[in-house]
Ligand binder design. Structure first.
Ligand code: GLU
Length: 480
């Protein structure tokens, strides 16, 4: 299915990709994928001081890690480029000139200091500071004179005195009063555009049909609608998504925990888990089934079901969603992502199939991959750390005898120890010694893992392998 729907994610490369931005990108991406449209990434880097290449790279890397691949954007030309605003300055200039030529914009020579003084005065008089129109109707001679003083002008839009109606797919119709508008700047004196101007020129030329973005941009939309009108471009559909807030409804803050995609990645969330959770921030599936792979999110996502109220970020819920993904996503995918978490703790397993088996046994009880090393460390050689309770089980009267019997029986078979063989041998050894249930399993689990809880014993023994199993049982029997 293909359609003419075109949406965009337009990050400013001034830091990391935060959950709010990631959710905006995700909603755009899901909408495009569901509708058979195009998802475009545009880098809004006209803030020369705050934008960095490093941040751009990081943001694109985070989008890629999340799987939010773009159909057009940096590195993917779709005939509407360049996709970096800093490479489009001549396009903004041409558009500003078009408006100047038909008197819909004018040059303004007021300096920052002059404007600041007027602003302060207005505030002191209890008025809303507004551009006073000083340069609105300058004669060519007056302009020349100002230029000869060495002043370089900005370009301001000649804002018509009219209320502006914005119709929003999520928030309904909103009317902005004309008093809120002044003749706002569209081009700075150094030729760089302001956000409200560049965004409209780009969205129009990139043929964006739906602008889906954060609610905080709603007030800007009033100005942008005017720019569309004065340039004679067709309005897109607007959809402003509510903010993400903390559990206590305050602004999401770093102090309370991770807020960027990179941090969540480093803590061991899966891209599928994070995507699933972010989708639930402000959107709810029609059938109430919250856990789903991304393919199902695409099928179910509808902008009409995006909520008006702010979405509260809840780490417990994120963990719950992620734990499902850890259990349910293909083992090989989870294991590939798990490698670096194990390796940074010195847990290096060259046999990938064996590593996969460990991850498979451990993933039942995990919320994040950063909890994996602690869950699998007993599989590795080195001193087995003993929990106090495990030590107690092993110090019981009959434990040594049980271990010895197990070692003898396992020693009789000389092949691999698989789960079935281990379980059968354990049963037989238990019978010999007249012990069963907890009294049988706990000492053996303690001997093999140093712990009293964990995955099924037969499977643990199979992954540990014959040599380690015999060695650990013998040690517990006091035979080593
Ligand atoms: N560069 C803007 C931001 O990062 C994008 C706003 C928009 O989507 O129009 O917030």
């Amino acid at each position: 299915m293909s359609s003419n729907i075109r949406v965009r994610f337009a990050p400013s490369p001034t830091g990391h990709l935060h959950v709010g931005g990631a959710r905006t990108a995700l909603f755009n991406w899901l909408f495009a994928r569901r509708e058979g449209g195009k998802f475009i990434v545009r880098i809004e880097d006209t803030d020369r001081v705050r934008s960095t290449e490093k941040s751009e790279r990081a943001v694109l890397e985070d989008l890629t890690w999340l799987g939010l691949t773009w159909d057009e954007g940096p590195g993917v030309d779709g005939g509407h480029g360049p996709y970096r605003q800093s490479e489009r300055l001549n396009i903004y200039r041409e558009h500003a000139e078009r408006l100047l030529a038909c008197d819909k914009a004018f040059h303004c020579y007021c300096t920052d200091e002059e404007l600041e003084e007027k602003r302060k005065k207005a505030l002191a008089e209890g008025l809303v500071p507004q551009y006073d129109g000083k340069c609105r109707d300058l004669t060519p001679a007056a302009r020349k004179e100002l230029e000869s003083e060495g002043r370089s002008p900005v370009v301001r839009l000649r804002a018509p005195l009219q209320d502006v109606a914005v119709s929003d797919l999520i928030r309904g119709d909103i009317l902005f009063k004309k008093e809120m508008l002044g003749d706002f700047i569209i081009l700075r004196s150094d030729g760089r555009p302001t956000y409200n101007f560049a965004v409209v020129v780009d969205d129009a030329l990139m043929e964006i049909t739906h602008v889906i973005r954060a609610e905080e941009h709603l007030p800007n939309t009033m100005r942008q609608v005017l720019v569309y009108e004065l340039l004679g471009y067709r309005l897109p559909v607007f959809a402003h998504v509510s903010l993400i807030v903390d559990k206590d409804r305050s602004k999401l803050s770093k102090r309370r925990g991770a807020t960027s995609v990179a941090e969540f990645r480093d803590q061991g969330y899966l891209p599928g888990g994070l995507i699933n959770y972010l989708a639930l921030l402000g959107w709810s599936p029609p059938d109430g089934e919250e856990i789903m792979p991304v393919s199902e999110l695409i099928n179910k996502f509808e902008l009409e079901r995006v909520s008006l109220s702010p979405a509260a970020f809840d780490e417990d819920k994120l963990n719950w969603v992620n734990s499902h993904h850890l259990r349910e996503e293909p083992l090989a995918d989870v294991a590939v992502l798990a490698v670096r978490f194990a390796e940074t703790h010195g847990l290096i397993e060259p046999d990938f199939a064996r590593f996969e088996a460990m991850v498979d046994l451990a993933r039942e009880g995990l919320a994040r991959l950063s909890d994996l090393p602690a869950a699998i460390s007993f599989f590795f050689d080195g001193d087995l750390e003993m929990e106090e309770e495990a030590r107690e089980w092993l110090s019981r009267d009959d434990a040594k005898q049980l271990m010895a019997s197990l070692v003898r029986r396992l020693g009789e078979s000389d092949g691999t120890i698989d789960a079935g063989l281990f379980k059968a041998t354990l049963k037989a050894a238990g019978k010999d010694a007249g012990i069963k249930g907890k009294d049988l399993f706990m000492p053996v689990r303690s001997a093999l893992t140093g712990r009293t809880h964990g995955p099924a014993l037969g499977e643990v023994a199979a992954v540990l392998g014959r040599e380690r199993v015999l060695e650990r049982l013998a040690r517990a029997a006091g035979q080593d």
